[in-house]
Design a protein around this ligand. Structure first.
Ligand code: ASP
Ligand code: MG
Length: 425
C-alpha cells in the first residue's frame, strides 16, 4: 500500500481536483490511502469564522457563507448535475456548523476552533471523493475521526497510537477490496475520547499521512506539492534554490525542526521508525523524480540548505542584581516561556545574560516580557530574521551576512544559525 497526501494547493480549484484524478489514474489497482487537506486557503478562511464567532470580530455566519460559496463554485464546475448527493452532504456539513455558530460559545476557544476549522477537510474530501467516483475512479470515503484518536488537547491533539493502531486495522484495512483500492480521508483532524473533533496543528495533514503510513505499514508515502521536491531554500528568499534529490531522515528532521515549511516537523519520525521512504513530488510534473527522504542515504547533493524565518524577536535577559544566569534563574525563565506558550527558536547564554530568539506574536510576547521584567532586566530587538544553514561553509555565511548586522550567531558541526536584521523583499 502507498499513502498519498494532497495539500490545499493541489485541490484549490476545479482544475486542480481534476489533476488529482489524473495522478491517481497512474496507479491502477494499487492500494492507496489518500489524505486530502482543505481546499486552497480554506483553513485560513475558517479561522476567520472562528474569530468572528468567538471574539465577536465580525459576522461569523456571513464569513461561513463565503466559504460555502467558494466550495459551491468548485462543485458547479466539477459536477453538472446538482442533484448529486454530494451537494446535499456538503450543505449538511455547512448547516451543522452554522447551527453551532448560532449558540453563544461557552467553552474554550481551542475547542470551538477544532469543531469549526475541521469543516474544511470534511468538505474537501467529500467533494474530491464524489468527483473521483463520478469519473470512474472508485474510492471509499473514510471519516478519519473513526480511526485517529487523540487526547483532548484541542489545536494540538496528541495521537493515541495504541487505540488508533487497533482501529486502523479493524476499520481501514477491510475497506480495501478488489473493486475499491482507494480509501480517501481527511488530514489534520482526529477525535478525542468524548467524540469531539480535534486537530493536530496547522499544516498537520502531512503528519496524518505519516500516521497512516506507520499504522498500515505502507511501503511508501508521497506528498504531492506545487514545488518539484524539497529545495535547499525557499525561492522567495533565495534566488538560486536547488532541488535536493535525496535527504537522510536526520537532515529532514533537522530541516523541518528549524522551520523548512515543506515538511511538517512531526512527519518524519513515524516513517523513520518503520523505514518507510517519503517521496515529495510535484503534482504538476508527476513523472519527475522529486525528492526522496529515506534511511541509509546521504543527502544529495550535499549543499548548504537555508531556512529563513522572518519576524523574529531577540530577547536578552539579565538578572537585576548582575548575578549569574545559572540553573536557578534559567528554570524561572523557562517556566515563564512554557506557561506563555512561546517556543524558543534559538538560545544562548553567557555569564550574566541569556538570549532567546522567538517568533513575534503580538498576543504572547508583550505579556511574556512584562512577566520577565518582574525579576529580570529585559532588552529586546524586533524586525529580525533567523537564518539557519545546514551543511554550511564559511563562505556561505560570509555571502549571506555581507553588509548585514549579526546580532547573534551559533554553530554546531552541521548547523549554523544567525540572527540578522530582516531582509525586506
Ligand atoms: N488544512 C490544514 C492547514 O491548512 C492542514 C493542512 O493542510 O495540512 O493547516
Ligand atoms: Mg495546507
Amino acid at each position: 500500500m502507498k499513502v498519498f497526501k494532497f495539500g490545499g494547493a493541489s485541490v484549490k480549484d476545479a482544475s486542480s481536483v481534476k489533476n488529482v484524478a489524473t495522478i491517481l489514474q497512474k496507479y491502477p489497482g494499487e492500494k492507496l490511502l489518500v489524505v486530502i487537506s482543505a481546499m486552497g486557503k480554506t483553513t485560513n478562511a475558517l479561522e476567520k469564522v472562528v474569530n468572528d464567532y468567538y471574539y465577536n470580530k465580525g459576522n461569523a455566519l456571513q464569513s461561513l457563507e463565503e466559504v460555502h460559496n467558494f466550495h459551491l463554485s468548485i462543485m458547479e464546475t466539477l459536477f453538472h448535475n446538482t442533484e448529486l448527493s454530494v451537494f446535499k452532504e456538503v450543505a449538511q456539513l455547512f448547516e451543522s456548523t452554522s447551527l453551532l455558530l448560532k449558540n453563544k460559545p461557552d467553552g474554550l476557544f481551542a475547542y470551538y476552533y477544532d469543531q469549526i476549522v475541521s469543516l474544511g477537510e470534511l468538505v474537501s474530501t467529500k467533494i474530491v471523493s464524489a468527483y473521483l467516483n463520478n469519473s470512474g475512479i472508485s474510492n471509499t470515503w473514510l471519516d478519519v475521526r473513526t480511526v485517529i484518536k487523540t487526547d483532548s488537547t484541542y489545536r494540538e491533539g496528541n495521537v493515541d497510537w495504541v487505540q488508533s493502531n487497533a482501529l486502523a486495522h479493524e476499520h481501514v484495512l477491510p475497506l480495501f477490496t478488489t473493486e475499491k483500492t482507494i480509501v480517501l480521508t481527511q488530514g489534520f483532524i482526529g477525535c478525542d475520547a468524548e467524540n469531539h473533533t480535534t486537530t493536530l496543528g496547522r499544516e498537520g495533514s502531512d503528519y496524518s499521512a505519516a500516521i497512516f503510513a506507520h499504522l498500515l505499514d505502507a511501503e511508501e508515502m508521497y506528498i504531492w506539492k506545487d514545488v518539484p521536491g524539497v529545495l535547499n531554500a525557499d525561492p522567495k528568499f533565495y534566488n538560486d534554490a536547488q532541488k535536493l534529490d535525496q535527504i537522510s531522515y536526520n537532515d529532514a528532521i533537522e530541516l523541518a525542526y528549524y522551520g523548512a515549511s515543506v515538511i511538517h516537523p512531526k512527519t518524519i519520525k513515524p516513517l523513520e521508525n518503520k523505514n518507510i521512504p517519503l517521496y515529495v513530488k510535484s503534482f504538476l510534473k508527476p513523472e519527475a523524480s522529486g525528492t526522496v527522504v529515506r534511511t541509509g542515504v546521504q543527502t544529495k547533493p550535499l549543499i548548504p540548505s537555508f531556512i529563513f524565518k522572518n519576524n523574529q524577536v531577540l530577547i536578552s535577559i539579565a538578572a537585576k542584581d548582575f548575578s549569574f544566569i545559572a540553573e536557578h534563574n534559567l528554570s524561572k525563565i523557562f517556566a515563564l516561556f512554557a506557561n506563555s506558550g512561546v517556543k524558543i527558536n534559538l538560545m544562548q547564554n553567557s555569564a550574566i545574560s541569556f538570549s532567546v530568539c522567538v517568533d513575534m506574536d503580538e498576543f504572547k510576547i508583550p505579556p511574556l516580557t512584562e512577566a520577565l521584567m518582574q525579576d529580570f532586566k529585559v532588552r529586546y530587538n524586533t524586525g529580525l530574521m533567523l537564518c539557519t544553514i545546514r551543511h554550511y561553509y564559511q563562505n556561505t555565511i560570509d555571502t549571506l551576512t555581507a553588509g548585514k548586522e549579526i546580532l547573534l550567531e551559533q554553530r554546531s558541526r552541521n548547523t549554523a544559525q544567525l540572527v540578522i536584521r530582516e531582509i525586506i523583499k
